[in-house]
Design a binder for this molecule. Structure first.
Ligand SMILES: CC(C)(COP(=O)(O)OP(=O)(O)OC[C@H]1O[C@@H](n2cnc3c(N)ncnc32)[C@H](O)[C@@H]1OP(=O)(O)O)[C@@H](O)C(=O)NCCC(=O)NCCS
Length: 152
């Protein structure tokens, strides 16, 4: 399977909100997605063949980037697409000058944790009871290069 990856745009708000509803217990609606897509520094990628399969939405601020959300629709999981979306977003952030990529993932999200560990993300923090007042969020980070050495 080698679906095309294409840039997310504001016109995709309805589509990605629908995909989010399928993948998350507390989904982000169309207005939330439209707001995120309109933020300065927002960028993302949609994976599709004849139909949409998954997407990643990120934001860049100064030399840091953040994954806001990532999903692959259930029938298409475990085919490498999540990893491909993540790698492509990291490459895009790095080429735009980001030194690191951050993200938050629920501490009980085995698939997400395994994917991020396999892609070189390391835990740097924890927000207790962040999801639904129950589940901790782990903050993960990956260095992308573009570090300017301290003088001296
Ligand atoms: C997390 C998610 C995006 C992974 O997408 P995917 O396309 O299945 O991921 P990949 O096929 O690229 O998997 C890459 C690696 O991640 C790990 N992984 C992925 N899903 C896994 C699972 N269910 N259990 C254990 N490891 C898993 C494996 O190491 C896998 O490599 P392998 O298949 O060679 O063993 C997908 O499961 C998803 O959309 N989940 C719901 C939304 C979500 O939780 N998003 C992340 C929130 S921060």
């Amino acid at each position: 399977m080698s679906p095309a990856l294409s840039p997310l745009a504001p016109v995709h708000a309805v589509l990605i909100a629908g995909m989010h509803r399928i993948s998350f217990a507390e989904p982000w609606d169309e207005a939330a997605m439209a707001g995120l897509l309109a933020m300065p520094g927002a960028f993302g990628l949609l994976a599709a063949d004849e139909a949409p399969l998954g997407f990643i939405l990120c934001r860049m601020a100064a030399d840091e980037a953040e994954v806001l959300t990532l999903l692959v629709l259930p029938p298409y999981r475990r085919s490498g697409l999540g990893g491909r979306l993540l790698a492509a977003a990291c490459a895009q952030a790095a080429s735009a000058g980001a030194a690191r990529m951050f993200l938050e993932v629920a501490a009980d999200n085995a698939a997400g944790l395994a994917l991020y560990a396999a892609r070189g993300f390391l835990p740097v923090g924890r927000r207790p009871r962040y999801y639904g007042g129950r589940i901790d969020a782990l903050i993960l980070e990956k260095y992308l290069g573009n570090i300017i050495p301290a003088a001296g």
